[in-house]
Design a protein around this ligand. Structure first.
Ligand code: 5GP
Ligand code: MG
Ligand code: MG
Length: 180
């Protein structure tokens, strides 16, 4: 285990198993369709790669990078598009892929944007869900794991751009972010 990590919440093996299960589920849900999978950079990258590897439908992939102004440990709801899609969403079946839903503000912004752009359908798949943090009215269609209201890192999730490369989801030691 990395020296900055206090405890592992979800192991590499549990994540692998879950990606297989969710990939099979998405294969069923999108049978006969040609969805556009939209990865929300940068956090969703490992999850997107692993879950889509286990799907068997034809799909297209694109990426969106959004940043929320302000704090690095909580989102503010003011969302800025850093990188937009290259693909037109009008009439498409969208599968938004996220690392974690906390307040739900980022996704709520994206869902509104894609509705405005006339998507045919929008589904959300998220590796992690932190229901206690929710302030926006957003529910994911497919959830990997629920996590408690703690700041987690690893498997795409960062603290100051670090820890995205860890193969598991863990909690930092308080000294890493200036506590104790
Ligand atoms: P929301 O808009 O739902 O509050 O949060 C969305 C984004 O905030 C996530 O995609 C993620 O980048 C970041 N975030 C929320 N909770 C956590 C967390 O526990 N750990 C990390 N590393 N990022 C988080
Ligand atoms: Mg994210
Ligand atoms: Mg971040």
């Amino acid at each position: 285990m990395h020296n900055d990590i206090e405890k592992i919440l979800i192991s590499k093996e549990e994540i692998e198993e879950k990606c297989k299960e969710l990939g099979a589920q998405l294969t069923q849900e999108y049978e006969g369709k040609f969805p556009l999978a939209i990865g929300v950079l940068k956090g969703a990258l490992p999850f997107m790669a692993d879950v889509l590897r286990h799907t068997e439908v034809h799909l297209e992939m694109d990426f969106m990078d959004v940043s929320s102004y302000g704090g690095e440990m909580r989102s503010t709801g003011e969302v800025k598009i850093v990188k937009d899609l290259d693909t037109k969403v009008e009439g498409r079946d969208l599968l938004i892929i996220e690392d974690i839903i906390d307040s739900g503000l980022t996704l709520s912004y994206l869902v509104d944007l894609f509705k405005y752009r006339k998507a045919n359908s929008i589904k959300i798949v998220t590796l992690l869900d932190k229901p206690e943090g929710r302030t926006a009215d957003i529910t994911a269609d497919v959830v990997g794991f629920q996590v408690p209201n703690e700041f987690v890192v690893g498997y795409g999730l960062d603290y100051q751009e670090k820890f995205r490369n860890l193969p598991y989801i863990g909690v930092l030691k308080p000294r890493v972010y200036g506590g104790e």
